[in-house]
Design a protein around this ligand. Structure first.
Ligand SMILES: Nc1nc2c([nH]c(=O)n2[C@H]2C[C@H](O)[C@@H](COP(=O)(O)OP(=O)(O)OP(=O)(O)O)O2)c(=O)[nH]1
Length: 148
């Protein structure tokens, strides 16, 4: 199995009240797992620019108050799918500019659709690396977070 250099991605936890925007992935890495909007960092981009661009491309939503919460170091190894990927992922939190804006599924080849899920009732199965981060205490609603 050919292995490449680690890649950098940004995963965006858009919070609204006690909910997170989550979709079921159709991309080859973590296919069929649920997660938040994400994407690869492009040359010269800040993490905030990457988050804003990816969320807009995937959901049509406009976000603000982007904050870095955590950095994760993730390996995806799947012998059956002949897949070996290493990602450094910046987990960021954001809120909607307009809380009434409705998410659209603008890249249906990458995602089944976007829904708001209660933090207490997240869908199953989550991307394993995200599930582990949550098990270890990662919480995008931490630090007495105030939406507005
Ligand atoms: N969505 C998501 N991706 C994650 C998590 N952890 C993790 O390592 N990743 C990695 C796997 C993904 O392949 C990678 C980049 O996200 P992506 O696969 O949605 O990227 P994309 O196709 O939209 O990127 P792009 O080519 O449009 O830039 O981030 C996670 O918790 N959620």
């Amino acid at each position: 199995m050919a292995v490449g250099s680690p890649k950098v991605a940004v995963a965006v936890f858009i919070v609204k009240e006690n909910k997170l925007l989550i979709g079921k992935r159709q991309a080859c890495v973590a296919h069929s797992y649920f997660s938040v909007p994400s994407g690869h960092l492009e040359f010269g981009e800040s993490f905030e620019e990457c988050a804003t661009r990816e969320v807009k491309e995937e959901t049509g939503l406009d976000i603000m108050k982007i904050e870095i919460l955590k950095v994760t170091n993730n390996l995806f190894l799947d012998n059956e799918a002949n897949l070996a990927e290493h990602y450094v992922v910046i987990l960021v939190r954001a809120v909607l500019v307009d809380p009434n804006q409705i998410p659209q599924n603008l890249e249906p080849q990458k995602c089944d659709g976007w829904e708001w899920y209660d933090w207490e009732n997240l869908p199953d199965p989550l991307v394993p690396q995200l599930r582990s981060a949550i098990k270890e205490g990662f919480n995008p609603f931490q630090d007495n977070f105030k939406e507005y």
